[in-house]
Design a protein around this ligand. Structure first.
Ligand SMILES: Nc1ncnc2c1ncn2[C@@H]1O[C@H](COP(=O)(O)OP(=O)(O)OP(=O)(O)O)[C@@H](O)[C@H]1O
Length: 355
């Protein structure tokens, strides 16, 4: 089922939590709502579920205005960060709960409930835990049971609010891969809230990046990462170096470097900032005392080389700012063997935003 929100506005007292948010979530896709703490992700999810009401704006489910539809009629499955399983019930009974509380006419019989619950426990690969109580499960297992419970009532959409937020990094990683595989099996329109960039980029078909109650960008993970539309998105997704400078003759001049500005060639002279990813900076050794025509003079401060990539911290000679460069470890080993400390750095690819 497709989900659409149009011009949603939500105020908490004097605070604007959502400011004219319009988004369409494709049918059958897994979309991540990503953004810093307090940017309005959870509020948006709660409005879609019907747990919160917008001041103005519309929620459309399958093209139909759902503004006056009660939470129960929206047929939304929910999973929260803090799994609220019923402590006194077994895993089986937790998953069966939503089926048992259905009105008599729509309640499945006992045999059907058993089939359904066991099917779901197999789906989340925890059928062997059916008779345990939640206290005897790990955090990751509880979260998978919470998901099975949400799926039991056959929701039309699935909303997940930081579902793995409370778990340690390793379990989190396993669970997000597992969620991806599960989604590939079920193809249910799903939204999940996260503030973890890596999680969103790795798992989702689509990413929505929010900031201060507004949408900054929506798109496929690769597209959003490679072509951020705003300075905020650039800074939020992955490491980035900032170079302050002046635009002159269609290039940004900073220190000794002149950085190309694709898309902004015609810009008038002004102050600007170039955003450059660490792997988009090339460095070349420079003998002490010599100068370079084009590029920034930098000195190596620190290097961490483990695995295939080396991470370098270099200090600019002009501004003393630290820049971060990533390069293949093999290439760095060669430089290190030659004992170089001083380099000329040249951004290979940058995105310039006028200040
Ligand atoms: N019921 C409420 N009353 C007052 N303010 C609220 C209420 N709910 C949320 N807020 C405020 O609205 C803002 C957005 O909250 P929201 O929970 O949507 O953010 P979030 O992006 O999900 O953040 P986090 O990642 O920290 O959960 C926050 O500043 C929060 O303090």
């Amino acid at each position: 089922m497709s989900i659409e929100v149009r011009h949603i506005h939500k105020q908490f007292g004097a605070f604007t939590a959502l400011d004219d948010v319009s988004l369409a979530f494709p049918d059958g896709k897994l979309t991540a709502l990503l953004g810093p703490s307090g940017c309005g992700k959870t509020t948006l999810l709660r409005i879609i579920a019907g747990l919160e009401h917008p001041d103005t704006g519309q929620v459309l489910l399958e093209g139909q205005d759902a503004s006056r539809t009660h939470v129960r009629q929206r047929q939304v499955g929910f999973v929260f960060q803090h799994y609220a399983l019923f402590k006194h019930m077994t895993v089986f009974e937790n998953v069966a709960f939503g089926l048992r509380v259905k009105p008599r006419g729509r309640r499945p019989d006992e045999r059907r409930i058993r089939e359904k619950v066991m099917g779901l426990l197999e789906l989340v690969q925890l059928d062997w835990l059916a008779d345990r109580r939640p206290a005897a499960l790990s955090g990751g297992q509880r979260q998978r049971i919470a998901l099975a419970r949400a799926l039991a009532v056959e929701p039309r959409v699935l909303l997940l609010d930081e579902p793995f937020g409370a778990l340690d990094a390793k379990v989190r990683k396993e669970l997000r891969r597992w969620l991806r595989r599960l989604h590939d099996e079920l193809h249910m329109t799903s939204l999940f809230v996260t503030h973890d960039q890596e999680e969103a980029l790795e798992v989702a078909d689509e990413v929505v990046i929010m900031n201060k109650g507004r949408v900054e960008q929506q798109g496929a993970p690769q597209a959003v990462y490679d072509t951020p539309e705003t300075a905020f998105v650039y800074g939020f997704l992955g490491h980035v170096n900032l170079f302050q400078g002046r635009v002159r003759d269609g290039r940004l001049h900073t220190g000794g470097a002149a950085i190309e500005m694709p898309g902004l060639e015609g810009a008038a002279d002004a102050a600007g900032t170039a955003y450059v990813r660490p792997h988009d900076i090339q460095i070349e050794p420079l003998p002490a005392g010599s100068s370079a025509d084009q590029g920034l003079l930098v000195n190596l401060q620190r290097a961490h080389a483990f695995g295939p990539l080396a991470q370098l911290e270099l200090r600019r000679e002009d501004t003393q700012e630290i820049i971060e460069v990533v390069m293949p470890s093999l290439e760095f080993d060669r430089i290190r063997a030659q004992g170089h400390q001083r380099f000329v750095a040249r951004p290979r690819q940058a995105r310039v935003f006028l200040n």
